[in-house]
Write a protein that binds this ligand. Sequence first.
Ligand code: HEC
Length: 137
Amino acid sequence: MVRRSHIPAWVVSIVGWRLHRQSVVFALLVGVIASVRCATTDELAPPAGAVLSGLLRSGALPTMSDPERATIELGRFLYVTDCADCHAPEPVLAHTLSAWQEILPRMAHESKMNSDEVAAVRAYVSALHRLASTTAR
Ligand code: HEC
């Protein structure tokens, strides 16, 4: 004999709706989290190698000496380490080059960088801006 359920239909429908609603809310949450995920460090401050090869490939720079290359690599390294001591690495291209003229001395002071280190960070920021302006054309 089939035992009839003693659970009233209205309870079944409410529980069903709640479960359904939970899955809808869950799916929405996953979507929101996926779309507002933090940008990766490489998106905020692209690796020096990518910037250098991009610049050379675009023809913006015919050649680059080893010291220039090393300076930009050091600049990028400092940018994602020392410059990320107090806050997440700032998206380099979110600030114009002229804004950087004002920001860098102030932030270099914050990070107690010496003049070679500031120059390296400046070289990296400029190289990335240069690449962005050549690829935007
Ligand atoms: C000792 C902590 C500290 C270090 C190290 C530091 N910053 Fe900051 N940074 C701050 C604070 C605090 C702010 C926000 C308030 C302000 O502008 O002073 C800020 C803001 C910024 C901003 C937003 C623009 C603006 O004008 O405020 C940028 C870009 C930035 N920092 C880049 C850097 C870079 C590049 C470095 C490395 C050279 C660096 N920061 C190192 C503390 C720091």
